[in-house]
Design a protein around this ligand. Sequence first.
Ligand SMILES: [Ca+2]
Length: 242
Amino acid sequence: MAVLVVIVAAAASSVRAGSEQDPEITDTQGDAAIGGVDIVKGWFAEETQTSFSIHLMIADLENAVPSGSAGNENDFSFRAWFVFEPTNITYVAEASKSVTFGEQYKLYCVEFENTGAPKAMHSLADISGEWNTSTKQVVLTVEKSMINVSKIEGGTPVYDSTKTPKVGDRITSPSAEGIVWGWTGGSPSALGKDSTSAGEAYTFSIASTVSETGGFPILMVGLIAIILIAVIGGVIALRIKK
Ligand SMILES: [Ca+2]
């Protein structure tokens, strides 16, 4: 029986998704330099065969109201950063609100300097999202087929659709940032920023080893059956010996 418990526990821990109660990203409340960007937590959830969602909870999201006029405005953006482990490519899902462009949701991949500092964000696609002041959440939904960059060569993303997330693949080191951008005469400068690099690895939990209806994985049923047969066989063999 102990063997069964160990195997079932191992199967459960290999698939994990975040939640509001168990977020991958946590940050102090009340530490933001400017109102409207105080990140408190973030989590990766609602995973299906083809997509997953990133939730960022902002304590004072109701204060994230763009102001000013075109060419001289304060805009807000929230970014969730994560690394897709098999390719080591860093992605950014971004929600932004601005006077000029309104509400926008985008996915980028990130190019780094040799020093490890971010060099450029390459725009990959528009994504769907929600900016909800009543739940204090910004939700970004990423299609897995968009996570298809294998490397960045000469400043250009190189696509390889075989590199999209598969069973057991991981996204690691998730982090988040909230930014207020000041645009004066077309040149942006960061007015205020709240960010956290805290995070845990998140394992993609899709596909055939996990039933879509939440049923028991067929592989696990097979394993347990084999163990039961072995145990029963052992007991019978011992009795015959006696
Ligand atoms: Ca904070």
